[in-house]
Design a protein around this ligand. Structure first.
Ligand code: ADP
Length: 408
């Protein structure tokens, strides 16, 4: 069984193809047989398509004017040249899309129908940089791979059961009725990590209180009780909560009013400032990448030091908030680029929670841990580093839906 995964973002298009022999879903993730990434940020009028398959890696240039042709060019590498892994497109059984915003309508992965497409389109105002790319990708697949079932796996779905007291903002009630509420994001990753914890610790999810820290370019925390997300730091948009690579996270909303009144900021300028020019990038003036920040800290750069200290401070603050929401903690999880790779971020974060008996084992923490417990034996809380696999999580959902729709 061949499952194509499409992860269409605002500035990139990441895809991969899984081959499940004999339609069998293994317990642990497998490597895709083909991976492709289109990066639209490298040149003004061109994107670069990088394809990995059959032990080779090929780069192709794609014209920016034709993003749909980009998908077509990308898919052609499945059936042509050195990266060819299938005879023709009809070998693909199902396509899974990561869809950033499904609103409150979708609490589970779902087969894409005209209604689902309409819902994704309706939600464009809430995810203006992502949902249009999802619609384009779905339409391109409809044209190129005729009649193949497509599945939407929503990043918001896992957070659908967050209680209203956490989802609602304390502003006039009419805005809640108009959909201004916490939706939460990174749900595919938070859910995958929770399930992986249950596997690794060999305990049912229904017995666990977890906080998952997804720390990548975008960062969010989720409080998970009995396998259900009960609170999360991202909100109406993926801007709320933690300090991130280029995003500010939560700030006093009156700052925006001040910038509008005193400096005539427009909505677009505020949007760019908060999403692209803040976080590590904005505070340090150096980079959005933690590795460059740490290098600058080691060279004595004081703004890089401030950015790093703020990142840790805010991480601890929000962890405290999730802890309060959860009313206890069995397992703390670190995942994504920073969470999986930065021992210093894990160490500094955990340091603040020694008072609840949470204790890292420094050797385990410094030894490039993957899918393992790095807590000290005496720790009251297990601390796990989990390699998040969003594409595999999407493939698992596709497998379930494919088997449901193929039943006689
Ligand atoms: P995205 O949110 O785009 O999926 P990732 O989860 O890949 O991002 O995380 C990217 C970030 O991970 C980089 O910006 C970088 O700051 C961080 N990162 C990756 N590797 C390391 C490392 N070895 N040490 C510290 N930070 C790292």
């Amino acid at each position: 069984m061949k499952i194509l995964i499409i992860n269409a973002g605002s500035s990139s298009q990441k895809s991969c193809l899984y081959d499940l022999t004999n339609n069998y879903l293994p317990e642990h993730s497998i490597e895709p047989i083909w991976e492709a990434n289109i990066d639209w940020t490298v040149a003004r009028d061109q994107g670069i398509l990088t394809v990995k398959a059959n032990g080779t890696r090929k780069n192709h240039y794609i014209n920016y004017d034709y993003p749909c042709q980009g998908i077509s060019q990308m898919l052609n590498t499945l059936i042509q040249g050195k990266t060819r892994v299938i005879k023709n497109f009809s070998d693909i059984n199902i396509v899974g899309h990561r869809v950033v915003h499904g609103g409150t309508d979708y609490s589970e992965a779902t087969l894409i129908t005209p209604d689902v497409k309409a819902a994704i389109a309706r939600l464009i105002p809430l995810a203006p940089t992502h949902n249009p790319s999802h619609i384009k990708a779905i339409q391109a697949i409809e044209q190129i791979l005729e009649n193949v079932p497509q599945v939407a796996v929503f990043d918001t779905a896992f957070h659908c059961h967050i209680p209203l007291k956490s989802a609602a903002y304390p502003i006039p009630y009419k805005w809640l009725e108009k959909g201004i509420r916490r939706y939460g994001f990174h749900g595919i990753s938070h859910k995958y990590c929770a399930e992986k914890v249950s596997q690794i610790l060999n305990k049912p999810l229904t017995s666990l209180k977890l906080i998952t820290c997804h720390l990548g370019n975008g960062c969010s925390l989720t409080a998970i009780k009995n396998g259900i997300s009960i609170d999360t730091t991202m909100g109406f948009t993926p801007l709320e909560g933690l300090m991130m690579g280029t995003r500010s996270g939560s700030i006093d909303p009156a700052i925006l009013i001040h910038l509008i009144r005193k400096y005539n900021f427009t909505a677009n300028q505020l949007n760019t400032m908060l999403n692209k020019e803040s976080g590590f990038q904005g505070v340090s003036g150096i980079s959005a990448d933690l590795r460059s920040i740490i290098q600058a800290v080691n060279e004595g750069n004081s703004r890089a030091q401030l950015a790093f200290d703020m990142y840790i401070h805010r991480l601890r603050l929000h962890l405290g908030a999730m802890l309060g929401s959860l009313g206890g903690l069995d397992t703390l999880v670190f995942t994504a680029g920073v969470g999986e790779n930065s021992a210093i971020v894990r160490e500094k974060t955990c340091e603040a929670f020694g008072f609840i008996g949470l204790k890292l084992d420094p050797n385990k923490n410094n030894n490039s841990p993957v899918n393992t417990d790095i807590a000290d034996d005496d720790s009251t809380v297990r601390i796990l580093v989990i390699h998040t696999e969003e594409n595999w999580a999407i493939a698992q959902e596709c497998w379930k839906i494919f088997n449901q729709i193929s039943l006689p």
